[in-house]
Ligand binder design. Structure first.
Ligand SMILES: O=C(O)CCC(=O)C(=O)O
Ligand SMILES: [Fe+2]
Length: 349
């Protein structure tokens, strides 16, 4: 496989999509794309927010959240920082490359390993490592880069804190509807382990593509944690979700367009496990544009690393998944990818 730097040069300078990025039509057009669909919108200030979330997680596995309390200037400033990071020279970004076995750093998304072609994107994962360590790699000159560094750290810190609070609120509302009679939260001791919940911030950059119909920004996948909160560049399409097949509608790709004042929330695999299959993790992907440079910021939220997540079941129900920790589940995904949830199903025959 060509080196990342070589790929990147191709990405930046090409007037066509090189072979290594050219996806077979069967991958890109596996299902038709629709232009309209009623993606649920949940105003979390409403008294009925928990039941709206329950319905959204059961039907779509994705929803827009409004009244989330995160100021638009913070979202905008974090987006600007993301653009700044990706516009750094390649050699700087490569200094912060993801090391083997690590989640953090610059590079292709780990899910690349499961696809025969490369994706038209760059990613940067901020997970666990101190922000100033990352920032001093990207902006190494102590005097000249001091402001860039501290600005980046302050903003990303604020952004992560706001996302953490929102994710916690959303998870509480979600738990109210599983495990019976609103007692979900008391039945999961780990939600009290506030500081040990695991988070990761994934910054994605999708440069303009000369032949967008031949490339894919991010291939079809589900997210692995409980919830993902996604902010995307305003007025730029890219994210699509696969409409779940409820037997009546055909399976189709549905664009999740940016909505002013709203963030996008995805149900991840661990929430599907926790809810014993009541909620479905949403399959999604990102497509690219001929003229626009889109960025997105995905905040992943999950349990403390040593907590086994198993189904919360009502009396008389059987658990359909065996308990797993997030790191164990990531190991399974690294081997089986799409088959991971199926592989931890309990057979009751
Ligand atoms: O860029 C997007 O809209 C999707 C990003 C995504 O799915 C991810 O980072 O897991
Ligand atoms: Fe995702």
């Amino acid at each position: 496989m060509p080196s990342l730097s070589h790929d990147h040069l191709e990405l930046e300078s090409s007037s066509h999509v090189p072979e290594t990025y050219r996806w077979p039509p069967s991958h890109r057009h596996d299902y038709p794309t629709t232009s309209t669909a009623n993606i649920p919108v949940v105003d979390i200030s409403l008294p009925e927010a928990a039941s709206l979330i329950d319905s959204a997680c059961r039907s779509w596995g994705v929803f827009y959240v409004t009244s989330h309390g995160i100021p638009s200037h913070l979202l905008q400033a974090a987006e600007t920082q993301t653009h700044r990071l990706f516009s750094l020279p390649l050699h700087r970004k490569l200094l912060a490359s993801r090391r083997p076995g690590s989640i953090s750093g610059f590079g292709r998304p780990p899910l690349s390993a499961f696809f025969p072609k490369l994706m038209w994107s760059e990613g940067f994962t901020l997970a666990g490592n101190p922000l100033n360590e990352v920032a001093s790699t990207l902006w190494p000159e102590p005097d000249h880069d001091h402001d860039s560094r501290s600005h980046f750290c302050e903003l990303m810190d604020d952004y992560k804190k706001s996302m953490r609070d929102l994710a916690r609120k959303l998870l509480r509302l979600t738990l109210a509807s599983i495990g019976g009679h609103g007692d979900g939260e008391e039945r999961v001791g780990w939600l009290g382990l506030k500081d040990q919940m695991i988070e990761a911030l994934q910054l994605n950059s999708y440069p303009p593509c000369p032949e967008p119909e031949k490339a894919i920004g991010m291939a079809t996948h589900t997210d692995s944690g409980f919830l993902t909160i996604l902010h995307q560049s305003g007025n730029m399409e890219g994210l699509q979700v696969l409409q779940p097949n409820d037997g009546s509608d055909p399976i189709q790709w549905v664009p999740i367009r940016p909505m002013a004042g709203a963030l996008v929330v995805h149900v991840g695999d661990l929430l599907q496990i926790l809810s014993n299959g009541r909620f479905k993790s949403v399959r999604h992907r990102a497509v690219v544009s001929r003229s626009e440079h889109r960025v997105s910021m995905a905040y992943f939220y999950g349990p403390p690393s040593d907590v086994k997540v198993g189904p919360m079941v009502l009396p008389g129900q059987c658990p359909i998944y065996r308990p797993t920790t997030w790191p164990e589940y990531l190991e399974i995904r690294a081997r089986l990818f799409d088959g991971s949830l199926e592989s931890i199903k309990i057979s009751h025959t």
